[in-house]
Design a protein around this ligand. Sequence first.
Ligand code: SF4
Length: 471
Amino acid sequence: MMGQQGGSQDKLFYAFNLDDHVPRSHLLRGIDCFFDLSELRHHLALFYSHTGRPSIDPELMIRMLIVGYSFGIRSERRLCEEVHLNLAFRWFCRLDLDAAVPDHSTFSKNRHGRFRESDAFRHVFESVLRRCMSEGLVTGEGFAVDASVIRADANRARGMRGTEVIDWNKGDGPSRAVREYLAALEESNPVSEDPSEPAGSPAVPKIISLTDPAARWTAAPGGPAFYAYSTNYLIDLKAGIIVDVEATPAHRTQEVDSTRKMIGRVEERFGLKPARLVGDTAYGTAPMLGWMVEDKHIAPHVPVWDKSERKDDTLSSSAFEWNARANEYTCPRGHALRSDRRQFKIHRERVTKADTVIYRSSQNDCKTCSMKDRCCLNTPTRKVARSIYETSRDVARSIATTPQYAQSRRDRKKVEMLFAHLKRILKLDRLRLRGLSGAQDEFLLAATAQNLRRMGKWLTTVPQTTSPMPA
Ligand code: SF4
């Protein structure tokens, strides 16, 4: 017999328990087990007035943001609608069936105001990380570092050459992202009188976005250039938990420099210092390896950045043997290359701007040598540049021959997988907030969501199959 849906929807009273309607295997249940915001109110107390109308509950806002970043809901308007309609989201946000969901404009205002001033997102990220540590998901034995480029919310067409003078006060005056950029510029170059002149900054970008000037004009392989930021992850290799995250403009030097900041912060805040650090060639520059080996005593599981190897048939620097005791190189013909062949009247350190010491052969040895054509065809002597960090580079080279290094190369995929997950599942392939602080907020929230998702999946035994959104 064909059934027919009966009854109407005009009942006044229901016996309804929200908890009964959220599946046991729902991802949010796993997340909820480990998400504790009990200290948030205390952390934010100074940023709220004791009088006036009560604000939106900060815990509700953070829970809504975690829902948004965990399920790839990028629009604040849509997030408010989804939380209004989805029972599991309501349950996670501690909202009753008839409780009001904040209006999206009020939501945005609060998010960009007090939360940024109070560094609330870092507080939440760190509290989740502490929970990961207490659950045994972080050992601190090995860390991996990497960066991924994320498009900024800036139109490609709205840019000017970095060498041009830009009037930032045109129209309605500078936006928040522009004000933030100018303040950072002034901080890095306090002597400059004109903030629109970036000549004193470390590097003048080729093109500056007028919408989000801190974003970097970046050429992606196979596609047109765009404005972007980089999210830098430092992860623990045991379970792939993100132990720190830092936003930088999409520029290799700034990405690499952020590693020092993250390693220092994790050591200071959590007492964690890895025995080994895994990274790609970008992290294998001489100063970086010197910092890892000599300053931090961390084993560099990183390929050495070395451009000295020659592709033709001529002799590369590696053909010359280093003799530390005599402070000289020995060439394949057995002659010495020394750094003190040139005599100066005034004492010099003999270290170049590139942080190298130049070792030279003797003209007498070379002029009769049968290998001269392959060694120094166009010059009377051969020069070999030795980095002042060469000992650290040698440490990295010797680690690269070990089986542990081969394992580290496999381990590095964990950080790459996190980036793939970030872009494909959490849909963070383009930022919605502008400025470096906007990027930092988004990256912190996404990393928090990734850690919570991982903890929820690793530590709950119920299979995670039912999810209202693609995850
Ligand atoms: S050219 Fe000079 S430096 Fe090169 S192999 Fe001959 S002697 Fe040695």
